[in-house]
Design a protein around this ligand. Structure first.
Ligand SMILES: [Zn+2]
Length: 90
């Protein structure tokens, strides 16, 4: 079980959250100009590091807000988020 620190509600059980994947994936500036391969890479290819990884979480059973935390993929230690009331930017 992960205890995820929601910036608004405090630490809560992971069952209250939805996983949003890798953080900081920028939407293409001109999506219409991408090839199918580039578009597929944007949609489906993500980093898979061993160690710290910035990821998005949605507090679905709580405040329903999105935020970013850094989770160590080896130890599952979660570093408290910098207060990220960014409305869901990825
Ligand atoms: Zn919350």
């Amino acid at each position: 079980m992960l205890l995820i620190p929601c910036p608004w509600c405090g630490p809560r059980d992971e069952a209250e959250f939805g996983y949003g994947g890798q953080a900081h994936v920028a939407y293409p500036a001109d999506p219409g100009a991408l090839t199918d391969e580039e578009w597929a890479r944007y949609l489906f290819f993500r980093d898979n590091p061993k160690g710290p990884f910035a990821e998005r979480w949605h507090h679905a059973a709580g405040c329903r807000r999105w935020f970013t935390v850094t989770r160590d993929t080896v130890t599952h230690e979660i570093h408290p988020p910098a207060f990220a009331a960014d409305g869901g930017s990825r």
